[in-house]
Design a binder for this molecule. Structure first.
Ligand SMILES: [Zn+2]
Length: 108
């Protein structure tokens, strides 16, 4: 853990960087777990609903497989992938799974 989330008495949250001890009350820094002093994100970065990095990759793989099975959903699924900062990974999973999904869906 390289950061601490602090809560002021008035309910305003802050993020304290444990690398450089900088404290930021900027709501975006708190939300994105970013340190403006180090110019970097804290790891593990938390995504939508507290999803961690391993779970994020599983979700992106699931989205990619669904996009291959249902091409009409591709745009919507890509927008979800974008919320996880994972469009490149989503596209890469689609490429690596394309042949297998095609084979599974081929008529017998
Ligand atoms: Zn810092």
């Amino acid at each position: 853990m390289t950061y601490e989330i602090l809560m002021r008495a008035d309910g305003v949250r802050a993020i304290k960087c444990l690398r450089c001890n900088a404290v930021s009350h900027n709501p975006n820094d708190v939300k994105e777990l970013y340190c403006g002093n180090c110019h970097g994100f804290h790891e593990p970065r938390q995504y939508v609903g507290g999803v961690d990095e391993g779970e994020r990759q599983v979700l992106l793989l699931a989205l990619a497989e669904l996009a291959l099975s249902r091409p009409g959903w591709d745009t919507m699924l890509r927008e979800i992938a974008e919320k996880f900062g994972g469009v490149p990974l989503f596209e890469s999973f689609k490429r690596t799974s394309a042949d297998r999904v095609k084979a599974e869906r081929a008529p017998l």
